[in-house]
Design a protein around this ligand. Structure first.
Ligand code: ADP
Ligand code: ZN
Length: 735
């Protein structure tokens, strides 16, 4: 028994006047079991109790304190103990979980697990250790900053000495610019490393431009009418500046702020920016943090005041007194959790959380989702536009290069066209930076035998293995399976050819083509600690070309980028997904927005073998209207609501039979609902399991709730009757 628990006395035999409670267990249970309280024990809603369930001990959450069991009371076990050292879950948290469980058709236990991952529950008990570890972390961080300061000071001195001697004006110009930039970095470092004593920071004052001022007024008016606002602003227009202005106002009123971003790689630069303005309230939260750090963050949120920057899981912190919720890059599909349940959409849940707390939401994007634009049309949100970049903009150029045509003219050097090479050289010569996106990581996305023509595949998935040169291995990007690369076909022994180029290969080619340039790479193979260094170095102008995957397009604020490039843009097109075009346009626009952030000319180059593809025409601004019309014609969201069913089974024949049977059962129970499938998705086997999808299209009306409940009941009954539990998952509003 844990020393932090008050042990409940075993029952004394008199079973009269027992009090019953219901609890949420961290399990995929469809019901909330009853327990009895030992005499003299009282608990409140949200209390954490230890209970025995199926022979195992769990930390459960009390979700009902005065339950009337519908089973014989003598069958009901007593709780083991009430946890004394763990902060209870609040009624608001439980209400939010209830919404997620109802809307996303999952169990309360699954939501509890998402909100309080096991690590966090365990982590909640080790308080002394935590403090020590946090202190060591803080010391390390201070040391890191000190080392960085020292380095910067040295570099500034070296450049100043050089400046004294340099004659050529162009060299002097570069040196001066370097010195100014480094001094700014030094100042920023000194600001962040100053110890925080004053707990009520004022927040540095922000001076808005007239256009921003106007947008701010519109947002505040929307809030005053009880409406949420969608801020559509070109990249660099100062959306973040506006969020922070609104946040400051909320904090000054003693309310708290939640700022959601889709991914934390981009959150890194942002975090530093917010920390400087709100040093006392600032917290960052991601699911990548250790349980210890997460627990500390949750405690500080419970205490408040706070300004928390986080990914979607930050929705599950013990929020209270919320004054503002910010959803940045609201169109980003990584707000949606694919797996495991709850398969929730972070943006949509943020709207619900805010509504439950009676606080306004500001959603922002340069390329808003069709869902949010639809909400503006129906009057649910107020659309606010910000069309000018803060630093103004020079000429903005888009060039589409047809790689097939170039190849015919001998105009390609590896994966770079000669036109592109010239542009990159020119940009580098001007002392400005280049970003290159390639949507595949690894060295080669596929490997083929030159003799028998076989493509090497993962033994457990229906996908090609990628070649990672640095590791000398073939890796499956779906299940992680890996094997050594032997340069010999496993089927016939023939020699292997590398197909296509991933980021590693592009990095190699760039290093050869531009030997003077400093080239770096950023993708999900980069360890997180190194990623921060790569971002810092590029931001500081210490590297010239940054190559990476989709990650590059998101939210970064690099000053000197004048040219952004996407290679083999074709890989974004033609996916079997009704959102493919929308996603491609968004990614391309985001990437384009990474250049020219401090004014000056900027250029965006697309290399593709399908230059006529409609996606490229949509970059001009007519995109959303065209897409909206298409969605309407085909009855896709936002005009309808989709629910996807995913069936997985290692036995393909059984999967075929059962998925047809389930589709038939659903057609019977929901006769007027459009159902498609079962069909095999593009990758129809992962980690040894075959996959089938079924999709239902619901009208967007008042019948949705009851129909979804009927769907859930049909699926649950079907799985029970066919002993098919654990093979079917439900995905509401699939991304
Ligand atoms: P967005 O979020 O729309 O991409 P940001 O808020 O990041 O734009 O603004 C782009 C750049 O312009 C940032 O470096 C930001 O500090 C600067 N900026 C924007 N508005 C202002 C302002 N009113 N005062 C000072 N700097 C501003
Ligand atoms: Zn695999």
């Amino acid at each position: 028994m844990n020393p932090g628990c008050r042990t409940a006395r075993p029952g004394t035999g008199r079973k009269v006047n027992r009090t019953f409670i219901q609890v949420i267990l961290p399990l995929r249970l469809e019901w909330e079991p009853y327990y009895a309280l030992p005499e003299g024990t009282h608990v409140s809603l949200g209390a954490r109790v230890q209970v025995l369930f199926s022979g195992k001990t769990y930390t459960a959450v009390v979700c009902r304190t005065d339950a009337t069991p519908d089973i014989p009371p003598d069958k009901i076990k007593e709780i083991l103990a009430v946890e004394q050292d763990i902060r209870p879950v609040t009624a608001e948290e439980i209400r939010f979980w209830r919404f997620i469980s109802d809307y996303y058709l999952c169990t309360m236990g699954e939501v509890y697990q998402a909100a309080y991952p096991t690590g966090r529950i365990a982590g909640e008990k080790t308080s002394v250790l935590i403090r020590q570890r946090l202190q060591r972390r803080e010391e390390k961080e201070q040391a890191r900053r000190a080392a960085r300061r020292e380095l910067l000071e040295k570099r500034i001195q070296a450049r100043e000495a050089h400046l004294d001697k340099a004659r050529k004006e162009s060299v002097r110009e570069t040196l001066r610019a370097d010195i100014v930039r480094m001094k700014a970095q030094l100042a920023a470092l000194q600001e962040t490393s100053a110890p925080v004593e004053d707990r009520t920071s004022e927040g540095a004052s922000i001076c808005l431009t007239p256009a921003q001022e106007k947008a701010l007024k519109q947002i505040q008016e929307a809030f005053a009418q009880g409406k949420n606002a969608l801020l559509k602003g070109v990249t660099g227009s100062g959306k973040t500046e506006l969020y922070l202005t609104l946040a400051k106002a909320a904090l000054q009123k003693g309310r708290n702020v939640l700022y959601l971003t889709p991914e934390i790689a981009m959150g890194y630069q942002l975090a530093e920016r917010i920390r400087r303005i709100f040093p006392a309230e600032f917290l960052s939260y991601t699911s990548a943090e250790s349980p210890v750090v997460r627990r500390e963050t949750a405690d500080r949120v419970a205490g408040g005041p706070y300004f928390v920057l986080g990914t979607r899981s930050a929705l599950f912190l013990p929020h209270h007194d919320l004054g503002l919720v910010i959803v940045d890059e609201e169109h980003d599909t990584s707000y949606k959790q694919d797996s495991p349940a709850p398969r929730y959409q972070g943006r949509d849940c943020a709207l619900v959380l805010a509504a439950q707390h009676g606080c306004p939401v500001i959603l922002g994007s340069a390329t808003p989702s069709l869902e949010s634009l639809y909400n503006c049309k129906t009057g649910k949100f107020v659309l606010v536009s910000l069309a000018e970049k803060y630093y103004g903009s020079g000429a903005e150029d888009i060039e589409i290069i047809d790689t097939q045509a170039e190849r015919r003219k001998n105009g390609m050097e590896g994966h770079f066209s000669l036109k592109l090479i010239l542009r990159i050289r020119e940009t580098l010569r001007q002392g400005r930076q280049v970003m290159i996106l390639r949507a595949r990581r690894a060295y080669s996305p596929a490997v083929q035998c030159e003799n028998c023509g076989q493509i090497l595949r993962c033994p457990d998935c229906h996908v090609a293995l990628s070649y990672h040169q640095d590791k000398g291995r073939l890796i499956c990007h779906y299940c992680g399976h890996t094997e050594p690369f032997t340069n010999q076909c496993p089927h016939c022994g023939g020699p292997l050819a590398l197909l296509g180029a991933g980021t590693q290969k592009i990095e190699e080619e760039a290093a050869n083509l531009f030997p003077q340039a400093r080239v770096a790479r950023l993708d999900s193979d980069t360890p997180p600690a190194q990623a921060a260094r790569i971002i810092d170095a590029f931001a500081a102008g210490e590297t010239d070309i940054l190559i990476g995957t989709q990650m590059l397009a998101k939210g970064f604020d690099f000053r000197q980028v004048a040219l952004t490039v996407i290679l083999q843009a074709d890989s974004l097109l033609g996916l079997d997904d009704f959102r493919a075009d929308e996603k491609a346009v968004q990614l391309l626009s985001q990437l384009r927005g990474r250049s020219g952030r401090r004014g000056g000319d900027s250029c965006f180059i697309i290399q593709t073998s399908q230059p006529e593809h409609p996606v490229y025409q949509m970059l001009s601004g007519a995109g959303p209207d065209l897409q909206m019309a298409e969605r309407k014609d085909f009855s896709y969201p936002p005009f309808t609501r989709l629910v996807g069913l995913i069936l997985k089974d290692e036995n393909e024949a059984r999967l075929e039979t059962v998925s047809r049977k389930l589709a038939a059962a659903l057609r019977t129970s929901l006769p007027d609902i459009l159902l498609s499938g079962p069909y095999a998705p593009a990758v129809d086997r992962v980690a040894g399991k075959f996959i089938r999808h079924i999709r239902l299209t619901f009208p967007r009306d008042a019948s949705l709730k009851t129909r979804k409940e009927r769907l859930l009941r049909t699926v649950t009954d079907f799985c029970r009757d066919n002993r098919y539990d654990g093979h079917v998952s439900i995905d509401v509003d699939p991304a």
